[in-house]
Design a protein around this ligand. Structure first.
Ligand code: AMP
Ligand code: MG
Length: 317
């Protein structure tokens, strides 16, 4: 059973020996292993039960260390990196030969990110290799935002979870790639689109791309609880039902038990809502209810990314 702790030396030794462990980041917890060691990378796929066509994000602590991971850094990428790293932004850049093909699922680009979490930054600084780390959940289930979430689901298969407290942002990183030097958003996430556009102007958003079927963060069913989740339309209320719960933005619906309704942000703050999103979905999944209703969030800031997650978590009405 995984031990939960805050000991960087233990984490470092386990990673150096080729093990995979849980690590905190500001987006969600990651399942981390040496990105340059194919055996460690293979373990990540096995523990998560992740299909090998789903590429991993590689984490490091400084732009200089990316020299060994990517072969080019387009101007637009550098501007984004300088503005938003460390932070919830992943860049897709041409892959260096040193990165095993397993990491990128054979793609010519590698996903890279500098996370913004002091414990994990210290860990990365102490290692002489980068960490491949997808979200530390079984494939397709809700991403973990606490060390306990990781231990609950993957604890039997990994030795250690580094505990850095609840993730501050709470949803996965925004993924940006480049075509002819122009930025394209492939996954909405913890860095708001507005912030990117303020810096580099309007960008294309292609989160349902069929030209990139190898990116399951974009699969139409993903991030899902075990219970059926129905995403309501804006302004719509659920039918009164005593076996239903709800994930709501600012206030509970009438007609459903209040105990079974979780309020993401009573003050209407999208950042607070994002921080609570996955933990509340998990909590609803564990309540004695048969169905989860979710209210869509206003399409501002992280609201876009949260609605995207809820859509992928939902079943058809
Ligand atoms: P996760 O770390 O679990 O949030 O998932 C990583 C996601 O990053 C994948 O599911 C893909 O959507 C995306 N990704 C990683 N590497 C690439 C790549 N080289 N090209 C396109 N998408 C990628
Ligand atoms: Mg994931």
């Amino acid at each position: 059973m995984a031990q939960i702790g805050t000991d960087l030396q233990v984490a470092k030794k386990l990673l150096e020996a080729g093990n995979v462990i849980g690590i905190p980041t500001e987006t969600v917890y990651g399942l981390a292993g040496n990105a340059l060691n194919p055996d460690a990378v293979l373990k990540i796929f096995q523990v998560k039960n992740r299909p090998s066509f789903d590429p991993l994000i590689v984490h490091t602590d400084s732009i200089h260390k990316l020299d060994q991971l990517v072969t080019a850094f387009p101007e637009a990428a550098l501007r984004l990196a300088n503005a938003f790293w460390p932070g919830p932004l992943t860049l897709l850049l041409p892959k260096h030969d040193l990165v095993p093909d397993l990491v990128t699922a054979g793609l010519p680009t590698v996903a890279v990110r500098i996370p913004n979490h002091s414990l994990t930054s210290n860990l990365l600084r102490s290692l002489d290799f980068p960490l491949a780390a997808p979200s530390a959940n079984p494939f397709g289930y809700i991403s973990p935002t606490t060390a306990q979430h990781v231990a609950d689901q993957l604890g039997a298969q990994i030795p250690y979870v580094l505990d850095g407290g609840p993730s501050n942002v709470g949803i996965e990183s925004t993924i940006v790639g480049f075509e002819n030097n122009k930025a394209v958003v492939f996954r909405l996430g913890g860095l708001a689109l507005e912030q990117i556009e303020q810096l580099i102007g309007p960008v294309a958003v292609r989160t349902h791309s069929t030209s990139n079927p190898k990116a399951p963060g974009m699969l139409s069913s993903h991030y899902a609880p075990r219970k059926p989740l129905i995403l309501l339309s804006a302004g719509e209320s659920p039918d009164p039902d005593e076996r239903a719960g709800a994930l709501v933005f600012r206030e509970p619906f009438g007609g459903l038990q209040n105990d079974y309704q979780l309020v993401l942000s009573p003050t209407g703050d999208p950042n607070e809502a994002a921080k609570n999103l996955f933990a509340y979905l998990r909590a609803l999944d564990n309540l004695p209810i048969d169905i989860i209703y979710a209210e869509p969030l206003p399409n501002v800031g992280l609201g876009w990314a949260m609605n995207d997650r809820l859509r992928r978590a939902s079943v058809e009405k």
